[in-house]
Design a protein around this ligand. Structure first.
Ligand code: NAD
Length: 311
């Protein structure tokens, strides 16, 4: 099998590339990434073909997708705050980029396209857990770009018969997720602060909740989806319904690092949702063999990685 990963030099993409290159049923892994937020050194020693370039380049997509069996489309400018700062850049990379990938998949003979949407599409919807039939109410340009991503996949299924699978990732964390940039996610940012003895920046009161998913679990689902060619034109949550408050997360980080922390209190962030928890019913039915790594174990492994790299 030949599988193409867009955004493969990023956090989730490079973990997926590692998992796929080790899989006996996968012969070739090809990666497209413009290194906007990814790092080439994430791919050091991986037997994968790397194309440095943009998913908005049809010629590059045609070259990479030629003879492929599936595309896992992860390329995007992530982060809600980044999209508030530059909504157009987010739209071009995430929405237009997805459209270009779908067009290329069509030209390549209707390839299987698995893509990353986000729990942010639920936005202001107050219901918990978030099940896929709830209306979407995006609060940020990033969330809108992800709604466009999943809607484009659905429309290409209906219009052109493209086999697709849009996943709604929740908060993914694990080794490879760096703390050393302005849009760092909460887990690496807090672990890194704890290890360095700095106060952890806490937006809001810390009672907001998130459904964290370990990156290895996300990759297990993505690999299984590509190999078994799982399709669904309706988006599917990729999280297991485990919900913790940020204060509980901080306690886990103290256990994992062995460091006491102090919080640096900041105003709540614009565009952030208050509570997040996935309904995992559809995921568990479609992927009965994938289990989820518990938060304590995942945070421990992540802390060890951050301690080792100093990132
Ligand atoms: P990441 O920033 O580490 O990875 C994204 C990758 O896409 C980077 O390597 C970046 O260089 C590349 N990229 C960006 N724009 C590109 C373009 N125009 N052309 C080619 N490559 C481009 O982020 P991640 O956390 O690994 O996220 C992967 C995907 O999952 C993204 O689509 C993101 O929106 C989605 N997602 C992530 C989370 C999470 O918690 N990490 C949650 C929800 C959704």
């Amino acid at each position: 099998m030949k599988i193409v990963i867009t955004g493969g030099a990023g956090f989730i993409g490079s973990n997926l590339a590692r998992a796929l290159t080790r899989h006996p049923k996968v012969g070739e892994v090809h990666i497209i990434d413009n290194l906007a937020t990814g790092y080439k050194d994430n791919l050091t020693d991986l037997p994968a073909h790397f194309y440095e370039g943009d998913v908005q380049d049809p010629g590059l997509l045609d070259e990479a997708l030629s003879g492929a069996d599936a595309v896992v489309h992860l390329a995007a400018l992530p982060s809600v705050p980044r999209s508030l700062k530059d909504p157009l850049a987010t739209h071009h990379a995430n929405a237009t980029g997805t459209l270009q990938v779908l067009e290329a998949a069509r030209r390549a003979g209707n390839l299987h396209v698995i893509a990353a949407s986000s729990s942010s599409v639920y936005g202001a919807t107050p219901n918990l857990p978030k099940h896929e039939n709830l209306p979407s109410a995006p609060l940020s340009p990033y969330a809108v770009s992800k709604l466009a991503t999943e809607a484009y996949l659905g429309s290409y299924h209906h219009s052109f018969g493209l086999p697709v699978l849009p996943f709604r990732f929740f908060n993914v964390y694990g080794p490879g997720q760096r703390a050393d940039h302005p849009y760092a996610a909460v887990i690496p940012k807090w672990i890194s602060a704890a290890l360095a003895g700095r106060p952890v920046p806490l937006h809001g009161d810390g009672a907001q909740t998130r459904d964290f998913t370990y990156v290895g679990t996300v990759c297990d689902v993505l690999v299984d989806a590509a190999l078994r060619r799982v399709t669904s034109f309706r988006p599917m949550n990729l999280a297991f319904g485990t919900r913790v408050s940020l204060r509980e997360l901080l306690a886990e980080i103290e256990i994992a690092t062995g460091c006491r922390t102090t919080a640096h209190h900041l105003a709540p962030r614009a565009g952030d949702v208050r509570h997040s928890q996935a309904s995992s019913e559809r995921l568990r039915t479609a992927f009965p063999n994938v289990g989820c790594v518990p938060l304590r174990e995942g945070v421990q492994v992540t802390a060890e990685w951050l301690r080792g790299t100093g990132r």
